[in-house]
Design a protein around this ligand. Structure first.
Ligand SMILES: [Zn+2]
Length: 439
């Protein structure tokens, strides 16, 4: 249980919000002397309204322009977006000429990243699509974990400027990157620390459009895990590697559920609530809300799909090298899933329920090999491909730069030195890293 762990204050390390990009392009502004201020009447005045529930764009424009103008405006709008797909709450800016309140333009924020600007011209209405400008910055954060969950990240005061959704997205990124190394629902210990450098695109209102973890370190019970982003083809489809250039991906996910919906306790042996006896428990239970998606932890073939005694609704998957995984007590199976279906790692196979011998919704997860049960958390499984040898030199350069970003963040707890690891790796490296990353 989460609240059995004695609470103690979280120590947060300092964090900086840095805008990286513009530094290089600041040039000296020539001195042009002081100019007299010029006062001009406002070019227009604006009225900002939002689309009410059930209201159409046309209804909203009623009174501002006549029916013919409205038809022309909607036609121009349709070049970029559908007026029927406008959501309730869509922000619409009506721009008027100040002297006679003649409607000269309309801006429709169809998504947070896109505005359709409609201008009234001599020949009718014209439309343009305007992308919301974004800037890119890098977010640095570190902290110590106080409970079993990522509350430390959510509650990190230096991330307080981020919306709750954005903080959750950040956690999703961290969780996805470390999902093969650490089961955040059960392996986390008080005193574990994290730090990360996260590059993000930010809208003018401060909300995040997209982001990417550049480098992260997670220290679990004294063992550091690293993940450094590397994109050898520059196609935006890079992946994460440890400091040795080994993939962080493993043949099996540590857990078949997304972590955040889980609240669970770990028991090796327990009093069975239905059988009322102590018995060995040869699987891992994940308490989760009914309906939570259950994912295949590795590629394989479905060999059972249906009820099976105390397991209730069960999916059983056979994987390469003699591994079998089981997912029990399901409320429902994924659509189209049948015996013989091929599944990929992270494919949804079913939904958490409490069928069979279960008193509350949870997932019972088992892993076996050659008929023997195994602890999914302690199995050492083969990894994905390492950095290709052709890309090693570039990888070292980029990795060193990204690790240096992490190095600027004070550690939240005592961990093994990062710098030493990096330096030892660079011995014998073909070229010196660029970018001044070395210390
Ligand atoms: Zn169980």
């Amino acid at each position: 249980m989460v609240n059995r762990i004695p609470r103690r204050p979280i120590r947060y390390a300092a964090v900086a919000l840095l805008a990286i990009a513009p530094l290089a392009c600041i040039s000296e502004t020539p001195d042009v002397g002081e100019l007299d201020p010029v006062y001009a009447p406002p070019a227009e005045y604006v009225e900002i309204v939002s689309l009410a529930r059930g209201q159409t764009f046309g209804e909203l424009l009623y009174g501002a322009i006549d029916a013919n103008e409205q038809a022309a405006l909607l036609l121009a709008f349709q070049e970029h977006a559908s007026p029927r797909r406008m959501r309730q709450g869509t922000e619409i800016t009506l721009r008027y000429r100040p002297d006679d309140e003649w409607l000269r333009g309309v801006d429709v924020a169809v998504t947070p990243d896109e505005t359709i600007r409609l201008d009234r011209t001599i020949v009718g209405w014209e439309s343009n699509r305007i992308e919301t400008p974004v800037y890119v910055d890098t977010l640095y954060a570190s902290g110590e974990i106080e409970t079993v969950l990522w509350n430390a990240v959510v509650d990190n005061p230096v991330l307080a400027d981020l919306t709750f959704e954005d903080r959750n997205r950040l956690i999703d990124h961290l969780d996805r990157v470390f999902q093969w190394q650490v089961d955040f629902s059960r392996q986390i210990r008080v005193g574990d620390t994290y730090r990360f450098a996260f590059e993000r695109e930010v809208r003018p209102d401060g909300s995040m459009r997209a982001g990417r973890l550049l480098a992260a370190e997670f220290v679990n019970s004294g063992t550091p895990y690293h993940a450094v982003y590397f994109d050898p083809n520059d196609d935006g489809r890079g992946s994460y590697f440890d400091l040795d250039g080994e993939s962080v991906r493993r043949a099996f996910l540590l857990k078949p559920l997304a972590y955040r919906r889980i609240s669970s306790r770990y028991t090796m042996s327990r009093f069975h609530p239905v059988l009322r006896t102590w018995r060995a428990h040869r699987g891992v239970d994940y308490a989760a809300n009914a309906g939570t998606e259950v994912m295949a932890t590795s590629d394989g073939v479905v060999i059972h799909r249906g009820p099976k005694g105390s397991y209730g609704n069960l999916v059983e998957i056979r994987h390469p090298n003699g591994f079998i995984t089981r997912y029990a007590h399901l409320r429902a199976f994924a659509r189209d899933l049948v015996v013989g279906s091929r599944v990929k790692q992270s494919d949804v196979v079913g939904y958490v329920g409490m069928t069979g011998l279960a008193t509350a919704p949870h997932l019972h997860y088992e892993m076996m090999r050659g008929g023997n049960h195994m602890d999914p958390l302690s199995v050492d499984l083969p990894a994905g491909d390492p950095v290709p040898s052709d890309d090693r030199v570039r990888w070292r350069t980029e990795m060193t730069g990204r690790v240096a970003l992490l190095e600027t963040i004070p550690r939240a707890g005592p961990v093994r030195s990062f710098v030493a690891e990096v330096e030892s790796q660079q011995e014998g490296a073909a070229s010196q890293p660029a970018g001044g990353a070395q210390r």
